[in-house]
Write a protein that binds this ligand. Structure first.
Ligand code: ADP
Length: 366
């Protein structure tokens, strides 16, 4: 029987539990044994109770849950070869040679590195006498499959990541709450949302909540006059009778000189218009709560596909990332997706904003 470990790693997102549930149950359906790797890569490194079998009943009721019940962690040890060596040993001892990782680009980068090092890790374990060559012989190839769990929707080559729509829903609910009081008092609100490198949440929230103005990292406004531009637009809306002003600022908003645009700066500019202005930083409510229907669906479809991908993989296939493009679940070479994701950040850093915007997926650009 094929033994597969499933983990959630990096920042948590609603739908990760549904993804684990889908992997466990699809695994059982396809006659595999599934192990839960608890606390991200720490589960591999530490083994013991952090790497143990999951059965059908273990994931009962997980479909709608937010966060991740198998835990997630930032695991420093796994960044070092010694940690990955320990991880390989723990896997071989349990007969596991396939790993499904639901996480962000960091987690998927780690997974691919692990796969590329795998044969040499096994050799080293044999040389040092920790394992025998008979023990490692059946597990010479490691299969890695990635799924993207991220509230920011910050992975390239997939239209959506697991958790992004739940987070967007939370933001919309909060902005709706704010809107009622804003309109009552005729106030302005600056709402700061998550998204350090990716403005998807901010843009989508802007559209869904009818914001006056949005600041995102991929399309930075001019350092020289962004304040005036924003004020002009907000003032125009007021002159047309709007009783509230809503400006959405992504956490990673910048101007075209790469200076951060902060909520406080935006507030100060709105105050100059004579508006009674408040700042609301939504913070971790954006990660919380149950998964919306779309994330449950995405996680379930992708979890099943991830198990199939494990069973279909050959030593020559590049590690796939399961993604979604135009409503179809697709396999994307994991390395390519991570590379393109990093290229966006690099384009922003060298102030090539046109390239940064183009590298984002079609859905974002529309
Ligand atoms: P995310 O997956 O959300 O991008 P991180 O970048 O923090 O989050 O990565 C999560 C974990 O993945 C890290 O704590 C570490 O254990 C592992 N990881 C990330 N990058 C690497 C890497 N280059 N090599 C090995 N492990 C990595």
């Amino acid at each position: 029987k094929k033994r597969i470990a499933v983990m959630t790693s990096g920042g948590d997102s609603p739908g990760m539990c549904a993804a684990v549930r889908a992997v466990v149950r699809a695994g059982i359906y396809f006659d595999c044994e599934v192990f839960g790797c608890y606390e991200g890569y720490s589960g591999l490194v530490q083994g013991g109770d952090l790497l143990k079998p999951l059965v059908w009943e273990d994931v009962r009721g997980w479909l709608s849950l937010g966060g991740t019940l198998i835990g997630t962690a930032r695991c420093q040890e796994f960044r070092e070869r010694a940690g990955r060596l320990q991880g390989a040993k723990n896997m071989v001892l349990r007969g596991i040679d396939a790993l499904i990782v639901c996480g962000g680009d960091g987690s998927l980068t780690g997974a691919d590195l692990f796969r590329s090092e795998w044969p040499s890790l096994l050799d080293e374990l044999v040389e040092s006498g920790e394992l025998t060559s008979e023990q490692v012989a059946p597990y010479r190839t490691l299969t890695i499959v990635g799924m993207v769990g991220s509230i920011d929707n910050d992975m390239a080559m997939t239209d959506n990541t697991i958790g992004a729509y739940s987070s967007l829903e939370r933001i919309c609910e909060m902005v709706d709450y704010i809107d009622t009081t804003a309109a009552s008092h005729s106030r302005a609100f600056v709402v700061e949302v998550m998204g350090r490198h990716c403005g998807w949440l901010a843009i989508m929230a802007g559209v869904c909540c009818g914001a006056d103005y949005v600041f995102v990292p991929e399309q930075p406004p001019s350092a020289a006059n962004w304040r005036e531009e924003m004020k002009k637009v907000c003032l125009r809306h007021r002159e047309r009778g709007r009783r509230k002003t809503t400006v959405i600022v992504a956490e990673g908003a910048i101007d075209d000189e790469l200076n951060p645009i902060t909520s406080e700066q935006v507030k100060d500019s709105l105050v100059e218009l004579g508006l009674d202005t408040r700042v609301t930083t939504l913070g971790h409510v954006q990660r919380g709560g149950t998964a919306v229907a779309f994330d449950r669906l995405l996680a379930t479809m992708q979890g099943v596909e991830a198990v199939k991908a494990v069973l279909e993989s050959t030593p020559d296939t590049p590690s796939p990332m399961i993604g979604i493009q135009e409503n179809k679940v697709v396999h994307i070479p994991l390395v390519e997706a991570v590379k393109q994701t990093k290229a966006v950040a690099a384009a922003i850093e060298r102030k090539d904003f046109e390239a940064a915007f183009k590298l984002r997926d079609a859905v974002f650009q529309e």
